[in-house]
Design a protein around this ligand. Structure first.
Ligand code: GFB
Length: 336
C-alpha cells in the first residue's frame, strides 16, 4: 500500500474500522474513504478522511460506491457483531447482514480490480471443541458452537469467498481471524455487548450505586483470549503492507489458508477477567455467577505461530488495555 493509494475502510464507525483508521492516519495514509451506517464518530471529524453513508447490505449501493471511487485497497471491517446474547437472540440478522455485506464488497472488489482486500473474521469460525490452541487448519473439522453458529457460518463463507476468488481470478484477498477484541468505541450496551465492555460497565455502575454484588453470566469457567483493538489494527495494516511475494507464498496460494489468526497467544477464565476488571474499577463488593445464562464455547485460544512467522506480535498487555479502555469509557460517559 502506498501512502496516497485510495483505501476503503468499510465499517468506519465500528470499533475495528475506527482503530484501523487511527492506525492508517498515524502512518500517514492520506487518501482514505470510510463508510458508516448511522453516524460519523466524533474522533474522526477532524481526520483526513472522506466519509460516505452507505447501507452495505444493498448490492446496488455497493456497486455504485466501487464504480465511483476506484479503490486500490479495501479493509472489510463492516459487520453485524455482538456478544453471546445478541448472537443467540438475533441469528437471522447476524447471518443475513454479514453474508450480504461481505458478498457485495468482495465481489465488487474483484469486479473493480482492487489490489488487496482484508476481510475481518472471528475466532468463532473454529469448531466448538477444536484442539487448543486453534490453528488455521482446524477450520471445518467439527461442529460449531450453537450460540454463534449463524455468525460463524457467515464468516466462514467470507473466508471461502476470498479463497475462491484468489483461486479462480488471481486476486489478493486475505483474511484475519481476531480473538475477542475490546477497546475504544466498543459496544457497552449490556444486552448486545461482549463480556469485557459489559463487565467494565457493570462494575462501574455497581461502584457508583454502592451495590453489594455484580452478576457475571454463566459459570465463570469458560476461557477467552482478549486482544486490544489497537493491536488488531496494527496487525491488519501490517498484513496489508506485506510484500506481494510474501502474500502470494503464505496467504493467497491455495490450499494454504488465505487467513491468519490474530491474538495474544494467552487466555484467562471469565472469573479471572472479572476479578481483574473489578480491581481496576475499584468495586468492593462480590461476584455472583448466573448459571441460567449460557457459557458458550468452553475455550477458544488461537495459535498465533503463523502470525509470528509473518513478523507480528501483540504488544498491549490485558491489564494495561483494561485500564485505558475504562478511562475511555469514563470520558465517553462524561461527554454524553
Ligand atoms: O464476550 P461474549 O459475549 O461472547 O461472552 P463469546 C464470553 C463469555 O463471558 C461467556 C460470559 O461465557 C459469557 O456467558 N459473560 C459473563 C458475559 N458475564 C457477561 C456479560 O455481562 N456479558 C456478556 N456478553 N458475557 C462471541 C460470539 O462469543 O465472541 C461472537 O458470540 C464473536 O460471535 C465473539 O465470535 C468474538 O466469546 O462467547
Amino acid at each position: 500500500m502506498n501512502k496516497t493509494d485510495k483505501i476503503l475502510i468499510a465499517g468506519a464507525s465500528g470499533m475495528v474500522g475506527s482503530a484501523i483508521i487511527r492506525k492508517l492516519v498515524d502512518k500517514g495514509f492520506s487518501n482514505l474513504v470510510g463508510t458508516y451506517h448511522s453516524s460519523i464518530l466524533e474522533e474522526q471529524k477532524n481526520m483526513p478522511i472522506q466519509h460516505l453513508k452507505a447501507d452495505l447490505t444493498n448490492q446496488t449501493t455497493v456497486n455504485e460506491l466501487f464504480d465511483a471511487e476506484k479503490f486500490a485497497h479495501v479493509f472489510l471491517a463492516a459487520a453485524r457483531v455482538g456478544g453471546i446474547h445478541a448472537n443467540n437472540t438475533y441469528p437471522a440478522q447476524f447471518i443475513h447482514d454479514n453474508l450480504t455485506i461481505q458478498t457485495n464488497i468482495i465481489h465488487s472488489a474483484y469486479v473493480h480490480k482492487v489490489e488487496r482486500l482484508l476481510f475481518l473474521g472471528s475466532s468463532c469460525i473454529y469448531p466448538k471443541n477444536a484442539p487448543q490452541p486453534m490453528k488455521e487448519e482446524h477450520l471445518l473439522t467439527g461442529i460449531l458452537e450453537p450460540t454463534n453458529e449463524p455468525y460463524a457460518i457467515a464468516k466462514i463463507a467470507g473466508i471461502k469467498m476470498c479463497e475462491s476468488y484468489n483461486r479462480q481470478y488471481g486476486t489478493r484477498f486475505m483474511a484475519v481471524m481476531p480473538t475477542n477484541l475490546y477497546g475504544p468505541n466498543d459496544n457497552f450496551n449490556l444486552e448486545t455487548s461482549h463480556v469485557l465492555p459489559a463487565l467494565i460497565r457493570k462494575f462501574h455502575e455497581a461502584k457508583q450505586a454502592g451495590a453489594p454484588t455484580v452478576a457475571i453470566w454463566g459459570t465463570g469457567a469458560p476461557m477467552r483470549e482478549f486482544l486490544h483493538v489497537d493491536d488488531m489494527a496494527d496487525a491488519s495494516v501490517s498484513i496489508m503492507s506485506l510484500p506481494d511475494s510474501t502474500v502470494d507464498r503464505h496467504l493467497t496460494s491455495y490450499p494454504s489458508p488465505c487467513f491468519v489468526n490474530v491474538g495474544t497467544g494467552t487466555d484467562c477464565t471469565i472469573k479471572e477477567l472479572a476479578r481483574t476488571i473489578k480491581k481496576e474499577v475499584g468495586f468492593q463488593g462480590d461476584l455472583v455467577f448466573d448459571s441460567s445464562k449460557p457459557d458458550g464455547t468452553p475455550r477458544k485460544l488461537l495459535d498465533v505461530s503463523r502470525l509470528k512467522e509473518l513478523g507480528w506480535s501483540a504488544s498491549i498487555p490485558l491489564d494495561q488495555g483494561i485500564r485505558s479502555t475504562y478511562g475511555w469509557f469514563k470520558d465517553y460517559l462524561a461527554g454524553l
